[in-house]
Design a protein around this ligand. Structure first.
Ligand code: OAD
Length: 235
């Protein structure tokens, strides 16, 4: 049994590509973003994968190689350190593993994970790729299975969304970081926050948000230092 006096507040964080920008991972929709260079529906949709699976494998191989060279940034580390004072739940649209590598323990990936591939004939069978063996193609067979990137393509369901909404419903504080809020259902998570719960949005170029959300116009690291101050934590 736990005493309610001992319970740490639930701090729920929703992150997007801007969270990893300071680690050198490109965002998607900023100037110079990924979708300026690559046609999104060719490399990141179910139709695109059916039409040219080799292209899609190559695209994610390149992203995976970039990720293996990247390191978590100060923002990722501040988020991990907030676990001393809060029950921190990270819900991320990012497919990188930088939250985990910075030490966050509870990370839910909405759009999949770049370091993993899954069996084409059994979506529950995941395989982890390493820096020594980072590439796959349509002919790659692991343990007898052809594989595909463990990525949620456009036109596919987001299997972890229901769980994410349950986590958001439990939030005592909700924070959105580095997302243009243009991809659904992820962008709708804020609607599941209980009335009266404070909501913060850290982004140097924030999207339009409903009144009542506290916008911190800053990059992830600077914004998280400010937020830690607001929450009374030394970061
Ligand atoms: P976007 O590229 O749409 O938005 C990135 C956001 O990060 C923008 O609002 C930027 O202002 C902000 N940003 C830039 N630099 C930042 C920094 N240093 N610190 C904090 N924020 C910064 O990326 P997402 O909203 O994450 O999905 O995109 C959502 C989804 O669209 C992705 O998960 C991906 C993409 O298509 C799939 O491919 C399935």
């Amino acid at each position: 049994m736990t005493d309610t006096m001992d319970r740490k507040p639930n701090l729920v964080i929703s992150t997007g590509a801007g969270m990893s920008a300071e680690s050198g991972i490109r965002t998607f929709r900023d100037a110079g973003g990924m979708w300026e260079e690559y046609p999104v529906m060719q490399v990141a949709s179910a139709d695109g994968f059916r039409a040219d699976p080799a292209l899609v494998h190559r695209f994610y191989n390149a992203r995976r190689r970039d990720l293996f060279k990247a390191q978590p940034n100060e923002g990722h580390r501040i988020l991990a350190s907030l676990e001393d004072r809060f029950n921190v739940e990270v819900i991320t649209q990012n497919v990188d593993d930088l939250h985990e590598r910075a030490g966050s323990h509870n990370v839910l990936h909405l759009h999949g994970e770049l370091t993993k591939v899954r069996a084409m004939d059994d979506p529950s069978l995941l395989f982890t790729l390493t820096e020594d063996n980072p590439d796959t193609d349509p002919h790659t067979v692991i343990d007898g299975h052809k594989v595909r990137p463990h990525i949620v393509f456009f036109q596919e369901d987001v299997p972890n969304f229901a769980l994410a909404t349950e986590i958001v419903e439990q939030a005592d504080i909700f924070v959105i970081i580095g997302t243009s809020l243009s991809v659904y259902p992820a962008a709708a998570l804020v609607r599941y926050v209980r009335p009266g719960v404070p909501v913060y949005y850290i982004d140097p170029n924030p999207a339009a948000v409903p009144a009542g959300i506290h916008v911190i116009r800053a990059g992830a690291s600077e914004g998280l230092r400010k937020l830690a101050g607001i929450l009374g934590v030394n970061a």
